[in-house]
Design a protein around this ligand. Structure first.
Ligand SMILES: [Zn+2]
Length: 368
């Protein structure tokens, strides 16, 4: 499998960007082949104004998850933060952006390396030769590093092995389903997954072309855009996009409106990183998943990670095993966090608390 990638013609940087703007309507092989391309953009996301010229593309809950994106209009081109999980979704947002401005999209920022935040990059790179793709230095490394976690080129290969198995399982579940509503849901999930696999097979990953290893402030046309590197959190390469004048921050998955995914994270650093973020002056948060939130929500999300870590450490000091923690801690933390972490159909408290305990235990106590 790995050799196939070396043969592929990656879109790395600007030199390989193949298509002119006007060609995009015709070619986009990513989307033309995929059944999901016919999905209305409203089924993928809702574009919400957040401040003057700033929009949040809030992803609709779907079986195949998609990240939020942020759209920043400037008088020197459009900046898009995160590019969704697949080219067809990025293409749908691209079309929406075209309906609000004639400015070209000149810059993409990837908040971190996870698959659902960067796999749409190629749409913008193909449409706009000269596109700058911005990320932290570490995120760029993670995007090509085998074993980095749930994103990057090696993870595309892994998905090419895993998604066919997922399709097989969905097919089997569908064949044995008897309930009509369940059948409908499984059929829809199967279609989404088949379309996603088709996109994966044709993916031409576009990697970052400009990276930073510390916080920078960019003047993009008439906007000031700060790219904050505040320490490890959801990954070891997280960046926050801060618009000081508009008092908006886009956080990627270092801050979301449902339960965190911690597998590639650093729980104790994460709390400190969110402390550092809180010191900046902003009123609205565009999270990696879920709806636009007020600044106050930061303390709630950080509190969950801090309390989870503290509860695991305390239970460990009392001699509790991981299995015992998984039995007792979900109920103990529920009063404070279950409701607030279960606002959306995805990533609910009870869906993820067990895995969060396991991962945080491994990282904080067992240090594996
Ligand atoms: Zn995500």
């Amino acid at each position: 499998m790995s050799s196939s990638w070396t043969r592929r013609d990656f879109l790395v940087g600007t030199g390989a960007a193949l298509a002119a703007v006007q060609a995009l309507d015709h070619f986009h092989p990513c989307c033309a082949m995929a059944a999901d391309a016919s999905t209305a953009s409203s089924e993928l996301f809702e574009l919400k104004p957040v401040a003057d010229g700033i929009y949040a593309a809030i992803a609709a809950p779907r079986y195949k998850v998609n990240s939020n994106a942020t759209v920043i209009l400037t008088n020197d081109g459009v900046v898009v933060v995160d590019s969704h999980s697949k080219p067809s979704a990025a293409f749908a947002l691209y079309r929406e952006i075209q309906s609000i401005t004639k400015q070209p999209i000149k810059r993409i920022i990837n908040t971190h390396f996870h698959w659902d935040h960067w796999q749409g990059n190629q749409v913008y790179a193909e449409a706009f030769p000269g596109l700058e793709i911005i990320a932290s230095e570490r995120t760029r490394e993670n995007l090509t590093r085998p074993g980095a976690g749930s994103g990057g080129i090696p993870y595309i290969e892994k998905q090419l092995e895993l998604v066919p198995k997922e399709i097989e399982k969905l097919g089997n579940d569908l064949a044995s389903a008897t309930d009509a509503a369940q059948k409908m849901r499984l059929e829809a999930n199967l279609r989404q997954t088949e379309a996603y696999l088709e996109e994966l097979r044709q993916m031409k990953p576009a990697l970052p072309t400009r990276t930073f290893d510390r916080t920078v402030s960019l003047n993009v046309g008439d906007r000031e855009i700060q790219i904050l590197l505040l320490g490890r959190g959801h990954t070891d390469g997280d960046v926050f996009i801060h618009l000081p004048k508009e008092k908006v921050v886009a956080t990627g998955d270092a801050l979301i409106d449902w339960m965190p995914f911690m597998n590639d994270g650093f729980p104790e650093d994460w709390v400190r990183t969110l402390d550092a973020l809180e010191k900046f002056d902003f009123t609205q948060i565009i999270p990696g998943h879920g709806g636009v939130m007020p600044k106050e929500q930061l303390a709630f999300f950080r509190g969950y990670i801090a309390d989870l870590v503290a509860a695991i450490k305390a239970a460990n000091a009392e001699g509790a095993s991981l299995d015992e923690m998984k039995k007792t801690l979900p109920d103990r933390l529920a009063a404070k966090y279950e409701q607030g972490m279960s606002k959306h159909p995805l990533g609910r408290y009870r869906d993820r608390i067990g895995l969060n305990i396991e991962i945080a235990y491994q990282k904080v106590v067992a240090k594996t």
